[in-house]
Design a protein around this ligand. Structure first.
Ligand code: PMP
Length: 391
């Protein structure tokens, strides 16, 4: 039976990790893998998480089952940070824990399809797993251009996708720090996008995996909040794996905004059933640690301070790249206005290969770079290599 299967191509980024590990040049630079790194190249466990994990070890008195919705204390504790003061929007908004942001996206797409969504409009390029999840669930994806060649958002493209859609279609937006382009909408642009969503009745799914890595916890979700304030219904997919550094612990949440309590309960019962039929219940540890941080003001401040350090470091790298200006045929200035962990350089696959072979600089074939792979010590080498390879 298994022989009937077609072999799938391996994940390109995992292949890149292997190549990077086998390279013994001491000044090699890894811009491939999508995790935050300090100026020393580490991805440490947050001190706030270590402290919360210690409390868990000392105080947790059972590992009995929780249920498909996971740790509701965690889900609720996050809500004011994402949605603001009136976090439940008058009882119209509720959530559940998921295995990472990936689990939330999977659940959102499956539930949307179950509710009758026929197509999902999505800006491309996007996080590759978006297309993979849609393909797996067999929901049609309709792509539109997310980015202009000058490194700004193609707002016309998203507006025409939304305005041309029927009410049984959806649109997937990145809440902040767009992966892979780093290009976010301005608040004025979010405003127009929100209005267009209301006009056509298209269903919004907002994927937020990098909250706090752009400009700040409130700033990064201002656009999301402005849309939610207008629309009757939405799904919000959320990951704590970047902003709490919990990658392998798989900490995420899925929130549903409905037009009233009754619809919310109905939608939620379906989300629970879908979760039960796929992962049954999410892993507990990471979400419990996040809950413990958010219930304690000192730990919360510690977490926010660590998040701010990450954000400031990435901003410093971006500012330094932007100041370098034009390198060969690449204008680095837009990287200064983009946000989060990623940006895409306008380089060809051949140039990506040459950067790897001649300079030990590893990046995805698409030209996506992890900003946190750069440090004050290696930016100059990086800029010079881009100039040489593209000049
Ligand atoms: N959405 C986007 C846009 C992402 O970039 C990612 C992570 N790379 C996720 C969702 C999933 O995050 P997690 O690792 O929590 O599953």
């Amino acid at each position: 039976m298994l022989n009937r299967l077609e072999a799938q191509s391996p994940d390109a980024l995992l292949a890149l990790i292997k190549m990077h590990a086998a390279d013994d040049r001491p000044d090699k630079i890894d811009l491939g893998v999508g995790v935050y790194r300090t100026g020393q190249g580490d991805t440490p466990v947050f001190a706030a998480i270590k402290a919360a994990e210690q409390i868990l070890v000392d105080e947790q008195d059972s590992k009995s089952y929780l249920g498909p919705e996971g740790d509701i204390g965690f889900v609720n504790a996050l809500m004011p940070y994402i949605f603001g003061e009136n976090a439940t929007m008058g009882g119209r908004l509720a959530g559940m824990q998921t295995p990472g942001g990936t689990g939330a996206v999977r659940l959102a797409v499956a539930l949307a399809q179950k509710a009758g969504m026929t197509k999902l409009h999505m800006g491309t390029p996007s996080w590759p797993n978006h297309a993979q999840i849609l393909g797996d669930i067999d929901l049609e994806m309709v792509p539109f251009e997310h980015a202009n060649p000058d490194g700004t958002a193609n707002v016309e493209a998203v507006l025409s996708a939304i305005r041309g859609a029927a009410p049984d279609e959806g649109v997937l937006l990145h809440g902040c720090c767009h992966n892979p382009t780093g290009i976010d909408y301005s608040s004025a642009e979010w405003d127009v996008i929100g209005d267009a969503i209301v006009e056509t009745g298209i269903f919004p799914i907002i994927d937020t995996a990098y909250h706090g890595l752009g400009h700040g916890l409130d700033e990064d979700v201002a656009g999301l909040r402005s849309v939610l304030a207008k629309v009757p219904e939405a799904f919000i997919c959320y990951s704590c794996d970047k902003n709490f550094g919990m990658y392998r612990d798989r900490v995420g949440a899925f929130y549903i905004l409905a037009d009233g309590q009754e619809t919310l309960d109905k939608a939620f019962s379906n989300a629970n059933a879908l979760a039960r039929a796929s992962w049954s219940m999410p892993p507990d540890h990471g979400a419990a640690a996040v809950r413990l941080i958010l219930r304690d003001s000192e730990l919360t401040l510690k977490w926010q301070d660590e998040l701010e350090q990450m954000r400031n470091r990435m901003r410093q790298v971006r500012d330094t790249l932007a100041e370098a200006g034009v390198a060969g045929s690449v204008d680095l200035a837009p990287l200064g206005t983009q946000n989060g962990l990623f940006s895409v350089l306008p380089v060809s696959k051949e140039q990506v290969a040459q950067l790897r072979e001649d300079h030990g600089i590893y990046m995805a074939g698409s030209g996506r770079i992890n900003i946190a792979g750069l440090t004050m010590g290696n930016i100059e080498k990086f800029v010079n290599a881009i100039a040489e390879v593209t000049g």
